[in-house]
Design a protein around this ligand. Structure first.
Ligand code: C2E
Ligand code: MG
Ligand code: MG
Ligand code: MG
Length: 292
């Protein structure tokens, strides 16, 4: 059996690459069509204060209600559009949909801030703030403080000067930023000094594993210390159980989000959830034992 010559190997490789590109282009086209056909939806996951029981906001999380493939999670389609202009179209759709939702909730007497995840590539656009201001002008009845933005710590670090300036201009508009998945980047004192984000969202991996991994517990405590020193709000992601909640309170982390509180849900279920939500009795007990 003859071995492929170097040249043929390249031809094989190119053919495969071409097929992948074509597959990728089909994915992009399908997502573009999905946007037109309004197949995307936002789910909302509450963020609460474990000590007081107050619901402090909800994170908007995109889903794709695909007619053939069912409800798709962001990990199943966002990677395809990362870095393409389509991720800006999707990002703008998410911002607009969140603003519509805020307006709708306000009409029902619900004043619940929504946090929107912004892709690094979207945030890096030179006209990000201008586009945001344009969008906000269409929703004059929605107070800007009800919209919050999240950017991955790792994306923020890629262009720290630009991201810092976006954070500052958004802050002037009344819109706060959170550094998402915090702890997975450099999480250094110097970077934090240069990134005027209002809050840090502790990555869920540390929260999940803090109960049985001392290193994760140490990282989590380190982030809490960092947040305190820089006077940033801190919120734990991925709080899956009451046990996690109790430990978070014991460590002085009052704000949390996770399946142990609520899973992400469609917007129409939120009003009922808000009515029925009660913090776990253990959390309050934990908080009481902390007051000196
Ligand atoms: P993220 O912003 O860190 O959002 C938290 C993710 O963790 C969500 O996954 C949420 O459903 C999940 N989660 C929440 N609590 C728990 C828990 O207790 N346990 C576990 N195992 N998971 C929990 P989801 O919705 O699949 O989103 C994944 C990521 O996709 C998000 O991570 C965010 O980075 C990105 N994403 C979601 N929606 C958007 C969007 O509208 N725009 C952009 N650019 N990115 C988005
Ligand atoms: Mg997020
Ligand atoms: Mg996160
Ligand atoms: Mg994440």
């Amino acid at each position: 059996q003859a071995k492929l010559s170097g040249k043929n190997r390249w031809q094989l490789f190119d053919a495969e690459r071409d097929r992948n590109l074509r597959g990728h282009n089909e994915n992009l086209d399908r997502i573009r069509l999905g946007l037109e056909q309004q197949e995307f939806v936002l789910y909302y996951q509450p963020k609460v204060n474990l000590r007081t029981g107050a619901v402090i906001g909800a994170e908007a999380l995109i889903r794709w209600q695909h007619p053939e493939r069912g409800l798709l999670a962001p990990g199943q389609f966002l990677p395809d559009i990362e870095g393409y202009s389509l991720d800006i179209s999707v990002g703008e759709w998410v911002l607009e949909t969140a603003l519509k939702q805020l307006r709708q909730w306000l009409a029902l007497g619900i004043e619940l801030p929504i946090s929107v995840n912004i892709a690094g590539h979207h945030l890096q656009q030179a006209n990000f703030e201008d586009r945001l201001v344009e969008l906000l002008q269409d929703y004059p009845d929605v107070p800007t403080r009800l919209l919050e933005l999240e950017v991955l710590e790792t994306s923020a670090l890629q262009d720290i000067e630009h991201v810092s300036s976006v954070i500052r201009s958004c802050s002037r508009l009344g819109i706060e930023f959170a550094l998402d998945d915090f702890g997975t980047g450099y999480s250094s004192l110097t970077y934090l000094k240069r990134l005027p984000a209002h809050s840090l969202k502790i990555d869920q991996s540390f929260v999940r594993d803090m109960l049985d991994n001392e290193d994760d517990l140490a990282i989590l405590q380190g982030i809490l210390g960092l947040a305190k020193a820089f006077q940033r709000q801190v919120i734990a992601e991925g709080m899956e159980t009451a046990e996690h909640g109790s430990l978070l309170l014991k460590l002085g982390c009052e704000l949390a989000q996770g399946y142990g509180i609520a899973r992400p849900m469609p917007a129409h279920l939120m009003a009922d959830w808000l009515k029925n939500w009660q913090p776990h009795p253990d959390w309050a007990a934990q908080a009481d034992s902390n007051t000196f």
